[in-house]
Ligand binder design. Structure first.
Ligand SMILES: Cc1cc2nc3c(=O)[nH]c(=O)nc-3n(C[C@H](O)[C@H](O)[C@H](O)COP(=O)(O)OP(=O)(O)OC[C@H]3O[C@@H](n4cnc5c(N)ncnc54)[C@H](O)[C@@H]3O)c2cc1C
Length: 373
């Protein structure tokens, strides 16, 4: 049986970016994907490439990705990934919103992020279409958005070109151990050999890690996105709100892509199919119209859902597993893994290649949830 240098489980944006970065190091890589390339959150997300309003621990990853990778990624991967870096406006109307935004700004600024609290006149100069009721916004000019499906497929395509093997429709069920060491993975129909395994299978990573007695606390949350019919370009910023009721942007071809939270999202939704719920699109639409009344006549043409792999502290797990040599985890991105994916792909590849990663990953260890003596 062929022995690979590294097996990656999951071909989302994280697994594909990791594969690309490992292939650049001349390693022989196999990626096993249960369904299709990018079928998970990686093709379903809102495309936000955001540094602002990240938790303090995660912000350095986002800054690293925006400073070092995103602006050149299109050229590097040879695909138009629709990356636009025209800023992020997080909007607020009330004093309570202003306080939330001021805290976000203070934290970002303390960590060196270009981020400011601006008022209505300045907001209107950046985006004239916003409701007059909006009084405040945090503004991060270096934030932006990209097309998530194109980005994921671009990593996949470039990894393929560099010799990575991808097998789709291959569901990994467990990690194989021989004489105390990683020996490969077992799928529903086959087994594959490698001394190193990276789990990048989103929420499902939990069950595969469990086959080795490694516990990853995560919950699965169903969230939704809607897309409208196209309009002439109105604005190019990524938009969010202090209350986190909706977020989104206008895409290159004119459609608006908006996601949102109703505050009533189902956890551990047990249907296999990714359904959308009757209540969600109307709720997101109401939130949008509170901030963009001018969009009231736009038709929603499609809605879809995806799952978040949410950890208890909403920070990802990007980690070597101490108990088992050569076993690595990259999951639990808790709804904000797309913007940091280029950095994570690079950092997890460094770990698996036994090189020092450019950033300190100690906040993302898998065992941080366990009681410590
Ligand atoms: C609706 C929505 C909106 C979002 N908006 C944003 C945003 O604006 N900005 C942002 O930064 N992030 C956003 N996110 C989060 C972002 O999409 C994810 O954090 C990111 O895509 C995670 O990538 P991943 O590769 O870890 O996971 P996934 O894309 O889920 O990939 C995991 C892959 O593993 C495969 N897999 C699972 N089990 C197995 C198995 N047993 N064997 C083999 N393969 C397996 C799956 O089929 C899947 O393809 C959003 C997410 C959703 C759902």
């Amino acid at each position: 049986m062929k022995k690979y240098d590294v097996i990656i489980v999951g071909a989302g944006v994280i697994g594909s970016a990791a594969a690309y970065n490992l292939a650049k190091k001349n390693l022989d890589v196999l990626v096993l994907e249960k369904e299709e390339i990018g079928i998970g959150g990686s093709s379903r997300n809102g495309g936000g490439v955001r540094q602002s309003a990240r938790k303090a621990e995660e912000l350095p990853l986002a800054i690293y990705a925006v400073n070092n990778i995103w602006p050149n990624l299109e050229k590097e991967l040879g695909v138009n990934i629709e990356y636009h870096q025209e800023g992020n406006l997080r909007l607020g109307k009330t004093e309570a919103h202003r306080q939330i935004l001021a805290d976000i700004v203070a934290q970002g600024q303390a960590q060196g992020l270009e981020l400011e609290l601006i008022k209505r006149d300045e907001i209107k100069k950046i985006c004239p279409y916003i409701s007059d009721e909006v009084q405040y916004a945090s503004y991060c000019p270096t934030d932006g958005h990209a097309n998530p499906m194109k980005t994921t497929l671009a990593y996949y395509k470039k990894a393929l070109e560099l010799g990575v093997k991808f097998i789709t429709g291959e569901e990994v069920t467990s990690v194989l151990i021989k004489e105390g060491k990683i020996a490969g993975v077992k799928t529903k129909t086959d087994s594959y050999s490698s001394q190193k395994v990276i789990l990048a299978a989103g929420y499902e990573s939990k069950f595969i890690a469990d086959s080795l007695g490694i516990e990853i606390p995560m919950r699965k949350l169903l969230v939704e996105v809607l897309v409208t019919e196209p309009r002439e370009l109105m604005f190019d910023q990524m938009i969010g709100t202090a209350g986190s009721d909706f977020y989104g942007h206008q895409s290159e071809h004119g459609s608006f892509v908006f996601g949102g939270m109703t505050g009533n999202e189902p956890y551990q939704f047990d249907q296999k199919r990714r359904v959308t719920l009757k209540r969600t699109a109307p709720s997101i639409s109401r939130a949008i119209l509170n901030y963009f009344p001018l969009l009231k006549d736009l038709n929603v043409i499609r809605t879809w859902s995806g799952f978040l792999d949410q950890t208890p502290d909403h920070l990802p797990i990007i980690s070597r597993v101490e108990e088992i040599d050569n076993f690595y985890l990259a999951c639990g991105f808790s709804g904000h893994g797309f913007g940091i994916a280029p950095a994570v792909g690079e950092l997890i590849a460094d770990l698996a290649a036994e090189e020092d990663p450019a950033l300190n990953l100690s906040s993302f260890k898998y065992d941080r949830f366990h009681p410590k003596s």
